[in-house]
Design a protein around this ligand. Structure first.
Ligand code: ADP
Ligand code: MG
Length: 329
């Protein structure tokens, strides 16, 4: 197959861009009809930073889309369209682009996300995929990080720490001879690192019940601190209430690490939100109806920052924080 950008657009991307707004990918723009407020978000993933060169290329496409769907779900919104910028490195075979597009096609279909357009360029640098996603609000309001109120509960969807364990396991497998067995023992965590599962089905419940909300991408503790700062309040999180999978617990036991390590690892793509205590039963019912885990992990109190506490409410010392990109030398 030719690696010419125009062939790739016509043969691989155009068949996926079936919405009228995309104009068959033969125009300079997509034409979006928006009734009221529209949400927009963008996230890029870079080889060696957000995914490993050895990750299956289908999963790279899926991850690029899902990290964006995670932002929309956290705001109680549904995806109404995406723009995709593919920056393809000279060192990779162009035949892999078809596999990338196959993974993308599966996810666009699964998440009902229309492909509106994008850009395709070659680069001497690492594989980079940037997606811009647009969203329609499910409810009347878009919860911000600043909307937490004193006395509210703190909740999180799904499980925390799996992607961190998956990355650690993959790195150890790459560096330590005889560590290949980790691929089986921590298979679910490796899957979560490569293909996060943002709880998009919970978006309408977020719109209905959440006060403040955000997605957890850079580590639960660090992201909780952002929500606390935006709301001018303190989040108190009970370490033992934070949902950890069996594999995550096994990884912590293996390295004699405490749970705070999992709470600092990133790439969870779950939703952290606050809600009034009167909403407890409704939130639990919403989780059950959607077969999604949702767990009450703490409370919003007066003050600043995040406190991690034990079962008796005593503060736990933790040096663990989260991930932040350092730019430049
Ligand atoms: P221009 O040179 O005017 O920017 P392009 O040749 O880059 O136009 O793109 C032609 C069409 O193909 C446009 O509709 C654009 O949105 C679409 N397109 C290009 N690359 C991608 C991609 N990676 N994914 C989806 N659509 C793409
Ligand atoms: Mg172009």
């Amino acid at each position: 197959m030719s690696a010419d950008e125009f062939d790739i657009i016509a043969k691989l991307f155009a068949p996926l861009a079936t919405s009228a707004a995309a104009r068959g990918l033969i125009d300079d723009v997509a034409v979006i009809t928006a009734g009221g407020q529209m949400l927009a978000t963008t996230d890029a993933i870079v080889e060696g930073v957000h995914f490993l060169e050895s990750d299956p290329i289908e999963t790279v496409a899926k991850k690029a889309l899902r990290v964006n769907l995670s932002d929309l779900a956290a705001k109680g919104a549904r995806c109404s369209g995406v723009l995709l910028t593919l920056i393809w490195p000279d060192h990779r075979r162009s035949s892999e682009i078809a596999d990338f597009v196959r993974g993308l096609a599966e996810d666009l279909e699964f998440y009902k996300a229309p492909l509106l357009g994008g850009d395709t360029v070659a680069s001497p640098g690492p594989l980079t995929v940037s997606i811009t996603a647009f969203g329609d609000m499910s409810g009347a309001r878009t919860p911000s990080r600043a909307d937490a109120k004193l006395g509210e509960d703190v909740w999180v969807t799904g499980a925390i720490g799996e992607a961190w364990v998956g990355l650690e396991a993959l790195l150890e497998m790459g560096m330590v001879a005889g560590a290949a067995g980790l691929g089986t023992e921590f298979a679910a965590c490796i899957d979560r690192y490569r293909t996060p599962e943002p709880p998009v089905a919970f978006a309408d419940a977020i719109a209905a019940f959440a006060s403040a909300s955000m997605d957890v991408s850079d580590g639960l503790l660090q992201d909780a601190a952002k929500l606390a700062a935006a709301s001018n309040l303190r989040l108190v999180i009970a370490a033992e209430r934070v949902p950890l999978s069996g594999e995550t617990r096994a990884w912590l036991a293996r390295g004699k690490l405490d749970a705070a390590a999992a709470l600092a690892g990133g790439d969870d793509y779950q939703i952290l939100f606050t809600a009034a205590p009167q909403q407890r039963a409704a939130i639990e019912a919403a989780g059950q109806a959607r077969k999604l885990a949702v767990t009450r992990i703490g409370a919003v109190e007066a003050g600043a920052g995040v406190s991690l506490v034990d079962g008796e409410g005593r503060p736990l010392a933790t040096k663990a924080h989260g991930y932040a990109h350092k730019l430049g030398k």
